[in-house]
Design a binder for this molecule. Sequence first.
Ligand code: HEM
Ligand code: SF4
Length: 581
Amino acid sequence: MTDLATPPPPATAPAKKETKAQKAERLKLAKNPWEAWDEVRQFAREGRAAVLPEWAEFYFKWWGVYGQGYGAGVTGGKDGVGKATEYFMMRIGLPNGLLTSRQLRVIGDLTKKCARNLADITTRQNIQLHWLTIEALPEIVDALTEIGLSPKGACGDVVRNVTGCPLAGLDGHEIIDASPLALQIAHGFTANPEFYNLPRKHKITVSGCPLWCSYPEINDVALTAIKREVNGLEEIGYTLRVGGGLSTEPHLGVRIPAFIPQDKAYAVVEAVLRIFKEQIELRENRTRARIKYLFMRHGWTAETMLEAIEAKLGYKLDPSPVDEDVVPDDVYRDHVGITPQLQPGLSAVGASVLRGRLSGDQLIQLADLAEQFGDGQLRATIMQNIILVNVPNARTRDLIHALGEMGLRVDCTPFWRGAIACTGTEFCKLAIAETKAFSKWLVSEMEDRMPGFDQQIKLHVTGCTNSCGQSWIADIGLEGKKIKKDGAMVDAFYFCVGGAVGKYAAIARQIGYRAAAEDCPEAIERLLRAYLAGRQPGEDLRAYFARHDDESLRAQLAGTALPAVERDPAPVGAGRFAPGE
Ligand code: HEM
Ligand code: SF4
């Protein structure tokens, strides 16, 4: 099914060389991949050689599936994209991060059977599997369908997994349980044929949590709960942000000056989605196709976006002054640790999963623990962690012990707690540096070097300029690159410093410093020791970084004054526009 004006052109490429964007638009018009799963079943029957290139490179994404890189990232590939192996990776969407023990056990079994016993919790509350054969894909999708889950919409030019506060409905401090709205949006737009062909991906989050733990600032569309008073009566509704996103050109969401009543929230999200879908000019360049570019390049403002939304709705929204928002303070936003629930006598126990990586056996163990200690409910979080909920207070200590036995920490150092890593060269075709093993090593190095360090720190590692590991909102964001060291090309990282979300929201500054991977712990130690020695009373890392200029932070990292090095441009295909686009 196609939904744009002209009749579908053939899926075959025209004689004239097309741009990436033209090719993507042609393929999307030719087919809605959500309606063509039978083709994949056919490939599975016939074997890997039968998989058509347009599926391997494009259509699979609508089913949460990417080709898996061969372990060296971009190296050895063409046009900034590395070679693919015969294997696939699949992202399973968990709307609002909600998960049951039954679902987790099935995912754990699939991980053991089909994915070499390795699973990653991602920064959009998904679970990503690797090493999948073409034969395994239908089996996995069938097994997921039976438990009410799907990889549909986890990748592709569609509404991605709708995220939300994992403690929705449980945290006594929340303004409202926004998870029903998040689920309504997820079910309304995922696999909806009307929205299978957007200019590019579209990330939505809904949060009723005062911590904004799902990072509304970096979503294309974000609703956060607010309170207002009308005629002496309190009313809860939402604030809308549009146009947040990281990638090669980061941009924090623009707050739209309107109060969104609860019963209008779905319609407002749909209005923004339709506006996005209709922007033909966004379809001309894949790397500038996100809704944020309306603000960044096409002259849109908060006011014009509001007008466009109201035109779609057919009615006006009440104004909402900025000070109606209560922006979260500079506190941990990850729900790691014990959170007393709204329900008397019960707690949520948030365990930090170092860089999100778990084995299938651990997933099954977690399912068992959720049943033994709680009511079988779990939540995946934006910080690549897992929370077991509805645990009787008296049992939390034993649960923490059991989690510790399987390598998951509830009480952990700031380095462990603040570490995030993207997929990296291990499986990603666009990667320049390895990330998952590096970040594990980095955390243990930092724990050894600075055992007493007690400040909140986000230490995000990302394998290339695409910032899937959210390096732009980290206190210290490490972006993968290669440098020559002792005559050999080695993994290295470019430092971005001072990123934050919440009260001090900022995009991390490109500090002009880079180091070989093996030299990063030393550089970070120098910077953090300079902070400890030079901070003002009560000054946290965010404030300290904001108070120092790039040159001085670079000198603190290097241990001496150094000229700035340029950050690498995004490789063609991995963010920068390809020739001709
Ligand atoms: C041009 C290509 C790509 C761009 C521009 C891009 C950009 C991004 C960005 C900005 C995020 C941040 C998530 C957030 O908003 O919080 C993200 C998430 C992510 N990306 Fe990419 N990415 C690209 C390709 C890839 C590839 C090839 C992989 C390989 C596995 C990948 C893996 C991930 C993962 C695992 C996440 C976590 C969030 C999720 O579950 O969706 N990305 N990406
Ligand atoms: S940041 Fe780069 S290396 Fe990491 S997952 Fe994204 S595309 Fe791959």
